[in-house]
Design a binder for this molecule. Structure first.
Ligand code: M6R
Length: 363
């Protein structure tokens, strides 16, 4: 049941404030304590993390790497499951291995999990389907409580994965003494505000649709981000390719002048994801290099960022301001909406894109 929406994807995008609230309710007590299932994880016993997944779930891991390293001071190795499983990397027994999968049945992710079994301290999984193979074979399974996701393009599962990962980061940081209780309280209160800022982001639907109409004419699109917004640039590009069939690539904005800027001309839209954080000026200077080559910039930022840098851009999309660390969750919304409206403008099959399956149970 599409609940009045034209596509499951649109419905699932709109559900995000509610399902993120669900996830928060399951992991956060009223007094702000983070409770993980099954006795939790002893973060003082581990000294590194290995995170493995495929597709969008991999990009959730990639985003969480920035958080775990910065906030919990834990080094993280992150890889796509199909590479990890055959690389057979050496792993220490002080490792926490985390496998992220919406379906819990992705063949490569399951194989990677089995490779780690017996070698690491703990195998944890973050899944949407609690009765799945990946959940069953983990020491600890953390459900994301996103509800059934029908659209092949993962949307609400991604933001719920990020929410649960962020809670894990805070738990790890606290257990390892990497943050003070005041810092923890700030993070928790920002998290509690997330459903309402996501609602505000959803209100930008019409602006995003207008930008998507322009984007639908493009043959190639670049996505740029820096720091924790870099994985999200990949997510924006993946979503766009998947459902609109437009060729899209993501680059760390600092990599631009090491090759990809050669592609830029007045036919190439460049989507820049840049909240007004400490890296903003760096990203903006990369964006200006794009504009100097007549690249058409779609800038996604907050009011402050747009006031400073939107002159001369092709389109801009305004996000509410949010605690720095949570920007990747919030900016997932315009990334999803941009792909969605572009696909609708092109008339492609949004919920069942060609050649793709919702659950990839063969390698
Ligand atoms: O069920 P999983 O989370 O393990 O699936 C992983 C990928 O196949 C999945 O995220 C895929 O990339 C999506 N179609 C992306 O929108």
């Amino acid at each position: 049941d599409k609940g009045g929406y034209k596509h499951f994807m649109a419905k699932e995008i709109a559900e995000q404030p509610g399902v993120i609230q669900n996830a928060l309710n399951h992991y956060l007590t009223e007094d702000g304590e983070i409770v993980l299932p099954d006795g939790g994880i002893d973060f003082t016993k581990i000294d590194r993390l290995t995170m493995v997944a495929c597709g969008t779930a991999y990009l959730a891991c990639f985003t969480a790497k920035y958080w775990f390293e910065r906030i919990a001071r834990l080094p993280v190795e992150v890889d796509v499951a199909s590479e990890f499983r055959y690389r057979e990397p050496p792993i220490s027994n002080r490792t926490l291995a985390i496998f992220v999968s919406q379906s819990g049945e992705t063949a490569d992710t399951l194989a990677a999990l089995r490779y780690c079994s017996g070698k690491v301290d703990t195998i944890a999984s973050i899944v949407n389907v609690s009765e799945s193979s990946i959940a069953r074979e983990s020491d600890l399974a953390l459900p994301i409580y996103a509800g059934v996701e029908v659209g092949v393009a993962s949307t609400k599962a991604f933001t719920c994965q990020l929410t649960v990962l962020f809670l894990m980061v805070l738990k790890a940081a606290r257990d390892r003494g990497a943050i003070t209780s005041a810092e923890l309280a700030d993070h928790i209160s920002a998290l509690r505000g997330l459903p309402s800022v996501i609602n505000m982001a959803l209100e930008q639907n019409d602006t995003v649709r207008a930008a998507a109409r322009k984007l639908s004419q493009a043959r190639d699109v670049l996505f740029l981000g820096r720091g924790q917004m870099y994985p999200l640039a990949h997510e924006g590009a993946l979503k766009l390719k998947e459902i609109s069939y437009i060729h899209a690539e993501a680059y760390a904005s600092g990599e631009l002048k090491h090759g990809p800027i050669a592609l830029v001309d007045d036919t190439v839209p460049v989507v820049v994801m840049a909240p007004r954080d400490s890296l903003f000026e760096k990203t903006v200077s990369n964006m200006q290099e794009v504009m100097a080559r007549k690249g058409k910039v779609i800038l996604i930022s907050d009011a402050k960022g747009l006031a400073e840098a939107s002159e001369g851009v092709w389109a801009s999309i305004q996000m509410p301001s949010v605690a720095d660390a949570l920007a990747p969750i919030l900016y997932a919304i315009p990334a999803q909406l941009l792909a969605y409206h572009t696909a609708v403008a092109k008339g492609t099959d949004v919920d069942q894109p060609r050649n793709l399956a919702k659950s990839v149970t063969v390698e």
